[in-house]
Unconditional design. Structure first.
Length: 67
């Protein structure tokens, strides 16, 4: 058995355009599903009540503009 570096590949190099379009559509759908799942995880991890504490008093609201 001998191997040649420049021998043509036994794998087909032509991809049917209908097949490639179907694969691209399936990939896009999968990315949408994964994005929705990620958003659900983020929302579940940070409930709205605990997202950011409300400020108390007026500390930090008064800014001195005299130089």
């Amino acid at each position: 058995m001998s191997l040649s570096i420049n021998a043509p590949s036994s794998m087909p190099t032509n991809i049917d355009s209908a097949t490639s379009l179907k694969v691209a559509a399936m990939s896009k759908d999968q990315q949408k599903v994964q994005g929705e799942m990620a958003l659900q995880l983020i929302e579940a991890a940070l409930p709205a009540e605990q997202a950011a504490p409300q400020p108390v008093g007026n500390t930090g609201h008064i800014i001195s503009t005299k130089a």
